[in-house]
Design a protein around this ligand. Structure first.
Ligand code: AMP
Length: 641
């Protein structure tokens, strides 16, 4: 069977076996992608719920979402964060034990084991962290097999860079228990760098990369060196030069910082039931609300919290991004101190070349800003920070199975990059086959009077219309002061760096407002797909060009009609009747073209459309003079002028 759209037999999947969540990905001819379940969810909570049978054996009751959802009704039988004790002795894991809701006991060779209490007075069972991880891996394996329609037996599994041999061996054993051959254990930061294609480039030399990973409960930073050995068959060698971090610092701490503010204010409310307001259940609810607000503040400048305060009605509280940032600044500063330490330990002689962001918390704008300032480069954020590690593990799997040859390396830009303009057309900013790095700018403006936000839709492809191109992302430039249509000057800049990461930024010159987006344009595209897109563009070239032209003419004619219509209504009396009726005819002619084109672009001849627009423009010269003269009378220039 030779179906390029499915995985070949023996595909090696990539698994990010995380402390709180796990993901599985595959890189095949369709490019690297994470595998979702039937409900579209990609993250599997690393949580296993056990029961114990009459013989004292632990039985897996549920894994992932279901286990997490029901955790509260049997916390002592619900095993989460088992990665914290994986391959460790009970002595080494001592610092973590107070954070785990289940009992950890000593097993053979002083290793940490989980004790699951017996049901209805029966004996307890003991499970090893390897068995718990195996239950999670089995779930991931089954998910991949359902999605790919074939057995999955080999995997690349990631571990933190600081994992020692025993912890790595335990991870390997967990794979074996789950029926998976772990063909390679890869460091998480290396996987993240691979997801961005860093280090997969031809030519000699070395690159240094910092990987900043801020998750829910842990923080890690690693400094890697990638050596491109052109003479060793183009192999790249990743070496971890230094790591630093804090295994008890993460998004949960940001939530707690905000929740503490709510808690203080609620405690001071008149009539509040102080005991209930200090209960663990209420605190947990506050932390959940704080997390929701935190996530909203990654997108908006302000968000509001709303909680039922015991005995004191509904507590409502607006939180601005600035206020939140002040609150979390000390926590971020702690991560930056770790970054400095890692850079110092790595004994670098030059600044790092790239910074890769991993972990859900790196979506917090302040984190991005501070990390960028600290390293002096714009961090890579284009790949979903939750998925980067799994995607990189899949890329490593594809390399190991010899299947990565079809992956695109961006020495030239394989498909044009552009932006949506009015009417659904695409303005190409960087043409296909431009060498990387590449930079280009273009000016845009608004279509409507008083428009205070502009949507920027970034596209890739050779066709002329949005619907025929591939969408890379959308972002908004907001907060523009209201101005007449066409007056704002929005400079859009595309920059593709040497690693093929596209940074798009927009800047309105008068107001100084800025916004930006980062993407990896080649993600998920194979050589075949690029070839197909290119062939399609040749096939449709003539139609596409005509359509683009008609759309542009329609948009510009609407603006002309509006302008002429408004001024004619105001100044008809000042015009020669012959000029006025010439304008009426011009308006009617162009309007019928616009209406026909709006109904079906094929219905109009673009040359005739163009002629109608020109003819109205010519007829409007006198009107323009009259209107300028009138406005000078209304609003004469100052004598100092
Ligand atoms: P991870 O362990 O990498 O899955 O990261 C989970 C952490 O990321 C949690 O603390 C989440 O609250 C946080 N997180 C997820 N999405 C966002 C977001 N959009 N903005 C800020 N934090 C987020």
């Amino acid at each position: 069977m030779n179906d390029p759209t499915t995985t070949r037999p023996g595909a090696i999947v990539g698994i990010d076996l995380g402390t709180t969540n796990s993901l599985i990905a595959v890189a095949d001819e369709r490019g690297p992608r994470v595998i979702a379940d039937e409900g579209g969810r990609v993250m599997v909570p690393s949580v296993v719920r056990y029961s114990v049978d009459a013989g004292g054996r632990a039985v897996v009751e549920s894994v992932g979402d279901e286990a997490k959802r029901r955790a509260a009704d049997a916390p002592e039988r619900t095993v989460s964060s088992v990665k914290r004790i994986m391959g460790r002795s009970i002595k080494d894991a001592a610092g973590d034990l107070p954070f785990l809701p289940y009992r950890v006991v000593e097993g053979a060779n002083r290793t940490a084991r989980v004790e699951v209490p017996g049901v209805s007075g029966g004996p307890p069972a003991v499970v090893s962290p390897q068995e718990v991880s195996a239950a999670i891996l089995r779930e991931m394996k089954a998910r991949a097999e359902r999605a790919l329609g074939r057995p999955v037996t080999r995997a690349v599994v990631t571990v933190p860079a600081y994992f020692d041999d025993a912890q790595r061996q335990a991870t390997r054993d967990a794979g074996r228990l789950a029926g998976l051959e772990v063909v390679r254990i890869v460091n998480e930061p290396t996987a993240a760098a691979l997801a961005y294609g860093l280090g997969l480039r031809a030519g000699g030399g070395a690159t240094t990369i910092a990987v900043y990973d801020l998750g829910g409960g842990t923080f890690d930073v690693s400094v890697l060196r990638v050596t491109h050995a052109a003479d060793a068959g183009g192999t790249d060698f990743f070496r971890v030069l230094a790591t630093a971090g804090d295994t008890h610092l993460g998004g949960d701490d940001l939530d707690r910082a905000l929740a503490a503010v709510f808690e203080r204010e609620i405690a001071a409310l008149p009539g509040v039931d102080a005991a209930a307001a200090a209960s663990p259940a209420f605190r947990a609810a506050l932390a959940r609300e704080a997390e929701r607000v935190k996530i909203e503040l990654s997108e908006s400048e302000s968000a509001s919290a709303r909680v039922e305060a015991p005995g004191a009605g509904v507590y409502r509280r607006a939180v601005t991004r600035a206020e939140f940032e002040t609150l979390i600044e000390p926590l971020i500063a702690r991560t930056l101190a770790c970054c400095e330490r890692a850079v110092r330990d790595a004994s670098l002689t030059a600044p790092v070349d790239a910074v890769v962001m991993v972990g859900g918390c790196t979506r917090v704008p302040l984190v991005r800003r501070r990390v960028g300032e600290s390293f002096g480069v714009t961090p890579y954020t284009a790949i979903d920070p939750d998925r980067a590690v799994a995607l990189g593990a899949a890329v490593q799997g594809a390399i190991l199975s010899g299947g990565v040859k079809g992956t695109l390396l961006l020495d030239v830009i394989p498909l044009s990059l552009g932006i949506e303009t009015a009417g659904g057309a695409v303005a190409k900013i960087i043409p296909r086959n431009a060498m990387v790095p590449a930079r280009a700018r273009e000016m845009f403006s608004t279509q409507a009077d008083g428009q205070t936000a502009i949507k920027l839709h970034v596209l890739q492809g050779e066709r002329e219309m949005v619907e025929d191109c591939r969408s890379l992302g959308v972002f908004h430039l907001r907060g523009l002061p209201p101005m007449p249509a066409g007056i704002p000057q929005v400079e859009v800049e595309f920059l593709v760096d040497a690693n093929g990461v596209l940074n798009v930024s927009a800047h309105e010159r008068r107001s100084g407002k800025r916004a930006s987006l980062q993407v990896v344009p080649n993600h998920g595209l194979s050589r075949d797909e690029v070839d197909r897109i290119e062939r399609d563009s040749y096939l449709h070239a003539r139609d596409d060009m005509t359509r683009h032209r008609v759309v542009d003419l329609t948009v510009n004619s609407r603006l002309d009609l509006k302008w002429v219509g408004e001024r004619l209504a105001k100044h008809r009396d000042r015009l020669d009747p012959a000029d006025a009726s010439c304008l009426d005819r011009g308006i009617a002619g162009l309007r019928s073209m616009v209406d026909a084109a709006s109904a079906d672009w094929r219905a109009v001849d673009p040359d005739a459309f163009h002629a109608a627009k020109e003819s109205l423009d010519r007829a409007a010269v006198r009107l323009m003079e009259v209107s300028i003269a009138a406005s000078l009378r209304e609003d004469p220039p100052s004598p100092a002028g």
